[in-house]
Design a protein around this ligand. Structure first.
Ligand SMILES: Nc1nc2c(ncn2[C@@H]2O[C@H](COP(=O)(O)OP(=O)(O)OP(=O)(O)O)[C@@H](O)[C@H]2O)c(=O)[nH]1
Ligand SMILES: [Zn+2]
Length: 213
């Protein structure tokens, strides 16, 4: 059984946390969850909820693990000499879960990424890791799309990058306007994908066509 301290956070410790983001202790985060449970009208001391603050904090560590990762480290392993391959490499349908920065509600969808190698290629899984690095943060979809494309461009330096995201925002489907089944689609292009419209349409056709394995 964990011991429970129901003291309210003071304006002093909230202010000091804002001044040094990331410096909030695990105990303070668990305390915030207890405050939310109380505010909802439930009893954080009842048996079923005693361990909930610790579980919620552990879950948040997974959902927001992207803040602790560095893109340069993920994309540092590249392969040169790919036997003359010079056309786009495309990963279609990378599933992701993110959280909107306005409501902290899930954004669930898929990312499609394509890049045109300039001698270097990167391990395919590393592109999916870059998706998670930015998805597992508080986000807006437009920023997520741009961050993925611009990071792959900056770190790998290919001839061009294309990113398309299609996602449902639960802040629109489970609350507020209550519209289910809306796909929000965003795209970001760099290099040849930005300059050459035929590259763009080739990418869009590839990721939206019905090819299967
Ligand atoms: N552009 C953009 N908007 C988003 C994203 N995620 C959520 N939103 C929107 O952010 C807006 C926040 O609007 P507010 O009026 O401040 O919040 P609200 O009163 O909760 O708004 P409603 O959702 O309309 O009830 C809403 O229109 C959301 O649909 C995103 O990734 N991109
Ligand atoms: Zn939202």
């Amino acid at each position: 059984m964990s011991s429970v301290n129901l003291s309210q956070p003071t304006s002093r410790n909230i202010r000091s946390s804002i001044l040094s983001p990331g410096k909030v202790s695990r105990e303070e985060a668990e305390e915030a969850v207890r405050t939310m449970i109380l505010w909802l009208g439930d009893d954080p001391l009842r048996e079923g909820l005693l361990d909930t603050p610790a579980r919620v904090v552990r879950a948040f560590e997974e959902w927001f693990s992207g803040y602790r990762l560095k893109p340069e480290e993920i994309l540092s392993m590249t392969f040169e000499e790919v036997e003359g391959y010079a056309e786009p490499v495309t990963l279609r349908g990378i599933q992701f879960e993110s959280y909107c920065e306005h409501h902290m509600a899930p954004i669930i969808g898929v990312v499609h990424i394509s890049y045109i190698p300039d001698r270097k290629v990167v391990g395919l899984s590393k592109l999916a890791r870059i998706v998670d690095l930015y998805a597992k943060r508080l986000q807006v979809q437009e920023k997520l799309t741009a961050q993925i494309a611009n990071t792959v461009q900056a770190v790998l330096n290919p001839k061009g990058v294309a990113v398309m995201i299609s996602a449902e925002h639960q802040c629109m489907s489970t609350r507020g306007v209550l519209k289910h089944g809306v796909d929000t689609i965003t795209t970001q292009y760099t290099g040849e994908f930005s300059l050459d419209k035929s590259r763009q349409s080739q990418f869009v056709k590839l990721v939206t066509s019905g090819i299967s394995r």
